[in-house]
Design a protein around this ligand. Structure first.
Ligand code: HEC
Length: 303
């Protein structure tokens, strides 16, 4: 029963990996089964011969079994003595040879047991390890020491951080954007401003077609959230382009941060004030609600 199962599973694999030629497959399968049959026949014949031998020449069989048992015993002894050697164990009979002479106090004697092999192995391998370690980390500098490992981890973390920031930089909008205190975004935004915005707002934000971005007067609010919103959605009916299709949220954030840095820069040829004056920006402690300034901006727009 088992044999059939094994054979069928084996032939199953053979078919699965088959050569692609059906006749070849059948041929190999046939060869396979013939070989199995030959093996089975050989085992059967061997068994039959042995039982015949038991009847006809019992002393030969007995001798064979005795030799086998002997071998087993000597193998067992070998392992036992090896184990005792490694553990440094001595048979009890040898104890009196190991007693330390003239070393008896109040009837207590001490044995001079050998240091077990395992302990010595550990001891010497620790020395070897130390030498190898010294060479790798201190002499050849192949391995990273703690400081270098720290540096590497930090560099890795920095990369991960940048990736994360790049991702999250694209996931904010006019409701979540905050002023970037580090100034990195603003620095990146300068180039964006020059390419995309300077044509209408002037190279320094002094204003030409578009309003002056350096003064404190705003049509649509001067806080970061307002500027982000204006840049993103634009004011199409007044000629301000909606940038959300052209710039990524991260880029809009950069250019918006850059515009904040233009405040009070007093460039040459400034365009006149438009909109409402923001007397106190959020960064200056004021909190002019954006909606209010927008509402009044429409009524006071001069363009
Ligand atoms: C085609 C010309 C043009 C370009 C290019 C342009 N703008 Fe404008 N922008 C305008 C005009 C016109 C207005 C005024 C809209 C209004 O009157 O409501 C404006 C208004 C603004 C405002 C609002 C100012 C306020 O007083 O509230 C901001 C902020 C602004 N633009 C930023 C940008 C940025 C950033 C870019 C580049 C990414 C840019 N603009 C590109 C024409 C332009």
């Amino acid at each position: 029963m088992n044999l059939i199962l094994v054979m069928s599973s084996v032939s199953g694999t053979l078919i699965a990996i088959g050569t692609g030629n059906l006749y070849n497959d059948i041929f190999y399968l046939a060869v396979f089964f013939v070989l199995i049959a030959v093996l089975a026949a050989a085992i059967t014949i061997n068994k039959a011969l042995r039982s015949m031998l038991k009847v006809t020449m019992p002393e030969v069989v007995k001798e064979e079994e005795r030799l086998k048992a002997e071998k087993k015993l000597s193998r067992k002894n070998y392992w036992k003595s090896t184990w005792n050697y490694i553990m440094g164990l001595k048979p009890l009979e040898q104890e009196k040879d190991m007693v330390i002479k003239n070393h008896e106090y109040d009837g207590i004697e001490e044995l001079n047991n050998p240091i077990p092999v395992w302990f010595n192995a550990l001891f010497y391998s620790s020395i070897v390890f130390a030498v190898v370690y010294l060479l790798i980390y201190q002499v050849f500098g192949w391995g990273l020491n703690q400081d270098q490992e720290y540096e590497r981890e930090m560099a890795k973390a920095e990369v991960a951080k940048q990736e994360f920031l790049a991702q999250s930089a694209n996931s904010f909008d006019e409701n979540t954007i905050e002023v970037d205190e580090t100034g990195t975004l603003a620095a990146n935004g300068k180039a964006l401003f020059t390419t995309n915005c300077a044509a209408c707002h002037g190279a320094n934000g002094e204003g030409t077609i578009g309003p002056n971005l350096t003064d404190r007067f705003w049509l649509h609010g001067g806080e970061i959230k307002d500027i982000f919103k204006t840049v993103k959605y634009g004011v199409p009916e007044k000629g301000m382009v909606p940038w959300e299709q052209t710039l990524t949220p991260a880029q809009i954030a950069e250019v918006s941060n850059f515009i904040l840095t233009l405040r009070d820069t007093k460039p040459a040829n400034p365009k006149g004030a438009e909109g409402v004056e923001v007397t106190a920006y959020e960064s200056e402690g004021g909190a002019a609600p954006a909606a209010e300034s927008e509402a009044s901006a429409d009524s006071t727009a001069t363009n």
